[in-house]
Design a binder for this molecule. Structure first.
Ligand code: SF4
Length: 483
């Protein structure tokens, strides 16, 4: 009988999966891990929902209308499942963590729901749901000493081989009044220093040249490691500072660029600025989310800094790194924001001279403190007006920053053909600026090249290829094919 079984197994078509990711980089990184687990389980990537055997919706509850988007997408998937009953639907991510059984109640045709603390169990749970029927598993918190729970410790399927995200910390110990992250991601847990370095060294050996260190509040990386070491009575230094990590990752052989996101302004330490300035591999880019320029609003948000303190930190960073690009996040229309508060935001945005900024219209997220302040919500027409006025200030400084780069030669890493014009290549500078340039030679994604900047727009630069500085080193993944 055994040979017959083998024959049956080898002709069985592998199941295919498709992951749709909503939300932030942390979620995209989780999706890479889910894909890695699925491929380690013998599944192959599908290109559309019509053919996928398993469709995963990796959800986010931070952005506006997240619930509507999820249930709209689930409604579309239901009609596909009605035609192909064998298709499995999985919902994961922070909206799953927040809504728990609510998803299965509203969409009983969903096969599996899991949250943010058990991504590592994705395929085990999928197997269980095939045997036991529809399943929901939401863990209340991460198990602190199980470092395999960190997304980066799991197998990954990366879409682009020259760069990689590395999770250095999960959760957040802050309590910003607008943010649902602490409720859905739990308390801050840092990944041990040596394991992180080992992972980066492994990535570099595979040809990765650029890493982005990920966490909700990277500047407080290591705080919990120090505490744990002290509680254990340890005397050895645990090298807990984020600044130490930046230097050590930059020193890994083969790593040419180190980025990180997101830092919290209140935790940006002089040591971090110094490490950035003294480590050439750490990119000259600081994303420092300010959220508002009004001290009154910042206090209501529980941000832990004033506008003046924020600008002082920015000035210190620019003094240490004269060619530093600075970007930010700003929320418009936080509950209770007055015209005077908003004027302060305009003033701060002008003073900070950002290279670019993400503007968000305040959106109440159920479960956050600010969502309870409905009597202070700002009129939508007022918000729209403020949003447009802020955009003018932000785009003015972005264009000025970009125009100042015309005539300079910048090193870019090639990201591929431009989305709008495939005859043009796009690359990214250390400052995280996109440069579009013509090239007679076809250059592989991940190649480093020098480009002369010849033109500027608020959101990109134009240039001409000068020379190739380093070839891409990563291996091209050979697509797995069925049968
Ligand atoms: S620092 Fe504030 S905004 Fe950032 S994840 Fe934590 S609570 Fe949310």
């Amino acid at each position: 009988m055994e040979p017959l079984n083998e024959t049956i197994e080898s002709t069985e078509k592998p199941k295919s999966y498709l992951i749709r990711t909503f939300g932030c980089q942390m979620n995209e990184h989780d999706s890479e891990r889910i894909a890695g687990l699925m491929e380690a389980d013998g599944m192959i990537a599908a290109t559309d929902v019509e053919t996928a055997d398993v469709v995963v919706l990796n959800t986010c509850c931070i952005r506006e209308n997240a619930d509507n988007k999820l249930y709209g997408t689930l409604g579309q998937l239901k009609s596909v499942k009605d035609r192909r009953p064998g298709m499995e639907i999985v919902v994961s991510g922070c909206l799953a963590q927040k809504d728990q059984e609510g998803i299965r109640e509203r969409a009983p045709y969903v096969d599996l729901v899991f949250g943010t603390h058990n991504v590592h169990r994705a395929t085990d749970l999928l197997h269980r749901s095939r045997i036991e029927g529809p399943l929901t598993e939401i863990l209340a918190e991460t198990v602190a000493d199980d470092y395999e729970l960190f997304p980066s410790a799991m197998p990954a399927r990366r879409d682009q081989g020259h760069n990689a995200w590395v999770t250095i910390q999960i959760g957040c110990d802050n309590s910003c009044a607008f943010c649902i992250v602490p409720a859905v991601r739990g308390e801050e847990i840092s990944r041990p220093f040596d394991r992180l370095l080992a992972e980066v060294a492994g990535l570099a050996a595979d040809g990765v040249t650029e890493v982005t260190l990920l966490g909700q509040n990277v500047n407080s990386y290591g705080r919990d490691l120090t505490l744990a070491a002290r509680q254990a009575g340890g005397t050895e230094r645990v090298r807990p500072l984020f600044a130490d990590l930046l230097r050590a990752v930059g020193a890994v052989d083969g790593i040419r660029r180190v980025r990180y996101t997101s830092p919290h302004p209140k935790d940006l330490r002089p040591e971090t600025i110094l490490a950035m300035a003294e480590t050439p591999e750490v990119c000259d880019h600081l994303h420092l989310p300010v959220q508002s320029g009004s001290d009154r609003v910042l206090a209501a948000m529980h941000r832990g800094y004033t506008a003046e303190r924020y600008l002082e930190k920015l000035a210190a960073a620019r003094a240490a790194m004269p060619d530093l690009a600075v970007t930010t996040d700003i929320i418009v229309g936080f509950p209770g924001e007055t015209d005077e508060d908003f004027e302060c935001t305009l003033e701060l945005a002008a003073a900070a001279e950002y290279d670019s900024a993400y503007q968000f219209i305040y959106s109440p997220r159920a479960g956050t403190e600010a969502a309870e302040w409905a009597d202070q919500f700002v009129e939508p027409t007022v918000i729209t007006d403020r949003f447009d006025r802020l955009k003018v200030v932000l785009e003015r400084s972005a264009l000025a920053k970009h125009e100042a780069r015309i005539g300079r030669v910048e090193e870019v890493v090639i990201e591929g053909p431009s989305r709008k014009d495939p005859s043009v290549l796009s690359g990214r500078t250390g400052q995280n600026k996109l440069v579009h340039f013509a090239s007679a030679q076809s250059l592989r994604v991940g190649t480093y090249a020098e480009v002369l900047v010849t033109g500027a727009a608020p959101h990109f630069l134009r240039g001409e290829l000068v020379s190739v500085t380093a070839a891409a080193r990563h291996r091209t993944r050979i697509p797995v094919s069925a049968g």
